[in-house]
Design a protein around this ligand. Structure first.
Ligand SMILES: Cc1cc2nc3c(=O)[nH]c(=O)nc-3n(C[C@H](O)[C@H](O)[C@H](O)COP(=O)(O)OP(=O)(O)OC[C@H]3O[C@@H](n4cnc5c(N)ncnc54)[C@H](O)[C@@H]3O)c2cc1C
Ligand SMILES: *[C@@H]1O[C@H](CO)[C@@H](O)[C@H](O)[C@H]1NC(C)=O
Ligand SMILES: *[C@@H]1O[C@H](CO)[C@@H](O)[C@H](O)[C@H]1NC(C)=O
Ligand SMILES: *[C@@H]1O[C@H](CO)[C@@H](O)[C@H](O)[C@H]1NC(C)=O
Ligand SMILES: *[C@@H]1O[C@H](CO)[C@@H](O)[C@H](O)[C@H]1NC(C)=O
Length: 537
């Protein structure tokens, strides 16, 4: 297995229920006409951006942004309508009319949600798909940009690099196809996290539509709501249409490498050593190993972005990680924006194809994922247990562990500054990921789910505890009781809520109770409002 197209890691456990589906359709039929009538009264332009199930393009529009093929099989529930707005007024109309007619809204920006929550629901629903709500305007002088939620993080960095002659950037995840809307809403981080922290740490204003269909900016939404939307997870508070961000400086030359080491080449010793230096080396240096099985050995692929030239990198590596034996030939200098493409596939190409960033036509596959945070190194002897799990699988079942280093800026910001709470004390994030070919989704799905669950269980003694923390952007419906479709108690939701947000969960509940007390914006893991019946105060 080649770790190509990183991994845009994903997650599992969608159980399709035909019962709920047919129930949903029956319920919806009554509201169908009144919903459409309501929309046309609220917006003159809505018919240009409204796809009903009868529309010839309905299916292709639906599938265009389902990044995980698990969620585009025929068994998955389908939206009654898809709206692909160009104007805020169309979003406002959709919110008002959905509320009136008892339809749930799924907002979709890039469509990478690990559990497919932006594309499916088991109650009657519509999708507001922001695919065409994707303008980016960069102010180089001011070092800021406004970006609409439907842009991808690749498009964002492409545009910033173009406008700033490669001197500015924005700290986002390593997968260029991820959407700004979901990514910023959950925190969002990538190879710049040690230098600059998470994407949500750099948001300075936002425009959103609330449950009443009102258009709000930072001033009119107030600081509590503005706090909540910067990492409290998408889909709980309203529809964020655009974000104002502070850009960060990058050097005109960066250096990348991706060097593989097998077990015979001391992979275990190197991984172990990595655990002791990864969060402590200079914050310009990000080293992220990928661990997977190849033939009868394990490979640890040490991938890296360094914010500087190769000579300084080699000196730093000689000081902190000489065992890796990095040579100048292993390294390649390029611009920061080129490194995004490189880190997405680890292929040194003659010339780097920027269309990967500009477009949104990405290869799609079924995939699953889970995540952990580590506050202590795994004991060196415990790596063998991980390898054993890989070797126990049949030939067709493989997975990938991605080690994502902490330290530097991400660890310096206080836990309560924004809802994303995983800061000082963490040494790295561990992602468990598996993908497979398009065929035999069901069979392959189960084999890979079993493998990742076995790995996840095996890791229990070695990862963060009380709670075993998790990352909302690597959404995992396995880590607690999911919201029931009406109201869920805060108590129940706090099981996954505290894993994602630690004590910020309770402030998120407070904000939710203020801005959406009837819980209109909801999904299986949205923040619940205090429910006076169920929650003892
Ligand atoms: C291949 C892959 C690689 C990834 N790599 C990274 C990485 O390096 N770093 C990282 O931090 N994360 C990474 N992620 C996780 C990614 O950040 C999250 O899945 C993120 O939520 C995706 O955003 P989206 O807009 O593409 O997804 P969507 O599925 O569109 O949205 C995700 C959630 O947010 C809600 N939402 C979307 N837009 C809005 C909006 N405008 N207003 C309100 N709610 C909204 C949706 O309803 C859904 O609940 C990766 C994911 C994948 C699949
Ligand atoms: C959907 O189909 C109808 C008729 O076939 C067409 O008039 C309408 O423009 C289509 N909607 C969109 C958004 O293209
Ligand atoms: C998005 O906008 C483009 C350009 O106007 C248009 O061709 C395309 O059909 C739109 N896509 C959707 C899904 O509405
Ligand atoms: C593995 O490490 C040992 C020392 O611990 C060293 O002697 C040996 O050369 C290393 N092997 C490789 C392939 O680097
Ligand atoms: C695995 O096997 C293939 C095919 O024989 C070979 O090309 C490759 O180098 C092997 N990989 C490792 C890590 O041994």
């Amino acid at each position: 297995m080649k770790p190509h197209g990183l991994m845009c890691p994903n997650i599992l456990s969608f159980i399709s229920s035909l019962l709920l589906l047919s129930h949903g359709v029956a319920l919806a039929a009554e509201n169908h006409e009144t919903f459409l009538k309501c929309l046309s009264l609220q917006s003159d332009t809505i018919s240009e951006v409204l796809y009903t199930q009868n529309n010839a393009s309905y299916s292709s529009v639906l599938k265009a942004s389902i990044q995980n093929l698990i969620f585009s099989t025929p068994a998955n529930p389908k939206p009654l309508f898809i709206i692909t707005p160009f104007h805020v007024s169309e979003i406002q109309a959709a919110v008002k009319c959905s509320k009136k007619n008892g339809l749930q809204i799924r907002v979709r920006s890039g469509g990478h949600d690990h559990e497919g929550l932006s594309s499916i629901s088991d109650v009657p629903f519509i999708i507001i798909d922001l695919i065409n709500f994707s303008e980016i305007s960069v102010d180089v002088e001011d070092k800021t940009a406004w970006v609409e939620s439907g842009a991808t993080v690749g498009q964002l960095n492409y545009r910033i690099a173009e406008k700033s002659q490669n001197l500015l950037a924005f700290p986002v995840g390593t997968c260029p196809s991820v959407g700004v809307g979901g990514h910023f809403s959950g925190g969002g981080y990538g190879a710049l996290l040690r230098k600059y922290g998470a994407a949500a740490d750099h948001i300075v204003d936002a425009h959103m539509i609330d449950v009443k269909g009102r258009f709000l900016n930072r001033e009119s939404m107030g600081e509590d709501l503005f706090w909540a939307i910067r990492g409290g997870g998408g889909a709980s508070f309203g529809i964020i249409v655009s974000w104002k961000i502070n850009l960060v400086a990058v050097p005109s030359t960066v250096t990348v490498f991706a060097v593989p080491r097998t077990l015979e080449q001391n992979a275990t010793k190197l991984l172990n050593k990595w655990q002791y230096i990864a969060d402590r080396v200079h914050e310009d240096l990000f080293i992220s190993p990928f661990l997977f099985r190849e033939n009868s050995t394990m490979v640890s692929l040490f991938t890296s972005l360094f914010l500087g030239g190769v000579d300084r990198l080699l000196r730093l590596m000689q000081d902190s990680f000489p065992e890796l034996g990095l040579t100048k030939e292993d390294c390649k200098e390029m611009t920061f924006v080129e490194s995004i493409v490189y880190l997405d596939g680890f292929e040194i190409r003659e010339s780097i194809d920027m269309d990967v960033l500009r477009g949104r036509n990405f290869p799609k596959r079924p995939f699953i994922g889970k995540a952990d945070y580590l506050t202590e190194p795994i004991p060196e002897e415990a790596f063998q247990g991980i390898y054993d799990i890989f070797f126990e699988q049949d030939q067709k079942t493989n997975g990938l562990l991605v080690f994502f280093p902490y330290g530097g800026k991400i660890s310096e910001i206080s836990e309560s500054e924004i809802p994303y709470p995983h800061r000082a004390g963490n040494i790295y994030t561990l992602l468990y990921y598996a993908e497979w070919g398009q065929e035999a989704i069901d069979d392959a799905y189960q084999r890979h789910v079993n493998m990742l669950r076995t790995l996840f269980n095996y890791m229990t003694p070695y990862v963060a505890k009380n709670p075993r923390t998790a990352y909302i952007n690597y959404r995992d419906l396995d880590i607690g009781t999911n919201n029931k479709l009406g109201h869920t108690s805060v108590q129940e939701a706090s099981v996954w809520g505290k894993k994602y947000f630690k004590n910020n969960f309770y402030r998120l509940v407070h904000v939710k109770t203020m801005v959406d007390p009837e819980n209109f914006f909801r999904n299986e893991q949205s923040i619940p409002p205090l429910n006076l019946v169920k929650d003892e105060l």
